[in-house]
Design a protein around this ligand. Structure first.
Ligand SMILES: [Zn+2]
Length: 54
């Protein structure tokens, strides 16, 4: 894997109502989602709920 994702990962949005946290890559995929980039896979920093709002 070219991208190292630090776990646990917590939603950095201060206004996050969900306090979303992922302690496994599976949770990261479910709650945050991955983004496929040409040069590899990047994790989304904000949780899905926060990204939905903005
Ligand atoms: Zn959030």
């Amino acid at each position: 894997m070219s991208n190292i994702i630090k776990l646990p990962h917590r939603c950095p949005n201060r206004n996050c109502e969900h306090h979303t946290e992922a302690s496994t890559h599976r949770e990261l995929d479910e709650k945050f989602g991955y983004r496929n980039m040409p040069n590899g896979v990047r994790s989304q920093s904000w949780c899905r709920e926060c990204r939905k709002k903005s």
